[in-house]
Design a protein around this ligand. Structure first.
Ligand SMILES: Nc1ncnc2c1ncn2[C@@H]1O[C@H](COP(=O)(O)OP(=O)(O)OP(=O)(O)O)[C@@H](O)[C@H]1O
Length: 319
């Protein structure tokens, strides 16, 4: 089973609107790896997934999935992948079991084999009890789990999941996570997942690429990325804006190993040990008579991470 993905200088410009959704993107996913593309709305995640799953052509560049060229050998690619995309076509009048049996038939299973496979998959995604219910009556979480089961019918070497847990409640999200981990560890399935949730990528992926505005802006293991961005964020708002330059300067020089940046009226400080550093921040503010309206300690959001990474990009370009 060759579960590798190799993407080289891939670009996509939509004729309609002239949007360059993917800009010269290159990356590799190793066989058996759990890889996540993390990015906000409109970053280009779905476009890349559509190209890799042969549903759309790239404008330039090459992509190989499971050893086959997505442009020249789309049928071979399709035979080796499973894809749970954002808009999947399931018939709401069929039951979960019927839909799975139909999918098995599409993939060339005989009747008996198809029934057995459907039974097995219903159990895996915990839908056995809802097997005889019409899909139209499934909850959002059940639909996602059925989508997942449908992609697994033919035991694909590579699984593409486009935002598989968007809109799910926490318990259903956990159930999907569990299943994905199991598939990756026990069956060695290569998983390519897109998400807007930092927590999801962090929990599941061996490696993450952060994508923004069609470009990969950072890649690494969750640990490497977190080390780069700091695991905690202190955000403070000086009263009436204060003397921002002075405050920024004092914090930068007073805090070792912290990144201090400005975001509108706030000052953001990325640190490793937030609680300890919060005390130090308070000491500096007090000593220098800087009044603040608000000070908060939290985990960085995706927005904060982009701001930091794109800010770093600018700095290194200027050097
Ligand atoms: N068929 C299309 N025609 C024209 N522009 C498109 C088309 N599909 C996507 N785009 C544009 O390409 C860009 C990337 O969209 P894409 O759907 O790949 O982003 P995404 O990261 O998957 O976002 P989301 O998380 O919202 O799904 C956006 O600016 C989008 O408006």
């Amino acid at each position: 089973m060759n579960g590798k993905i190799v993407v080289d200088h891939l670009s996509k410009t939509f004729k309609k609107g002239g949007v360059q959704a993917v800009k010269d993107v290159s990356f590799k996913v190793e066989e058996g790896e759990f890889f996540a593309f993390l990015g906000p709305n409109g970053a280009g995640k779905s476009t890349i997934v559509q190209i890799l799953t042969t549903l759309m052509n790239a404008t330039s560049g090459t992509a190989f999935v499971a050893g086959f060229d997505v442009i020249k050998e789309p049928e071979k690619v399709r035979r080796h992948i499973g894809a749970a995309l954002q808009e999947t076509g399931v018939d709401p009048d069929l039951t979960g079991r019927e839909m799975l049996e139909l999918q098995a038939w599409i993939f060339g299973f005989g009747k008996r084999e198809g029934c057995l496979r459907a039974e097995e998959l219903l159990d895996i995604v915990q839908l056995t009890e809802a097997a005889e219910r019409r899909i139209g009556r499934y909850s959002g979480g059940m639909r996602r789990r059925l989508d997942l089961a449908l992609t697994l019918v033919h035991e694909p070497a590579v699984l593409f999941l486009d935002e598989p847990t968007t809109g799910l409640d926490p318990s259903n999200r956990m159930a999907v996570w569990e299943e994905l981990r199991r598939l990756n560890k026990d069956k060695g399935t290569t998983i390519f997942l897109t998400t807007q949730y930092l927590e999801e990528a962090d929990n599941l992926a061996d490696r993450i690429s952060i994508i923004n505005d069609g470009e990969i802006v950072a890649s690494g293991t969750p640990k490497e990325l977190k080390a780069r961005i700091g695991s905690d964020l202190i955000a403070l708002t000086p009263v009436d804006g204060g003397d921002e330059d002075r405050t920024l300067h004092l914090l930068k020089s007073g805090l070792m190993d912290a990144d201090v940046i400005r975001k509108q009226e706030k000052i953001l400080i990325y640190v490793e040990e937030g609680t300890r550093q919060l005390l130090e921040v308070a000491r500096i503010l007090d000593r220098e008579n800087i009044e603040v309206e608000d000070i908060q300690l939290s985990s960085p959001t995706l927005d904060d991470i982009f701001l930091k990474i794109t800010g770093e990009g600018k700095k290194s370009n200027e050097q």
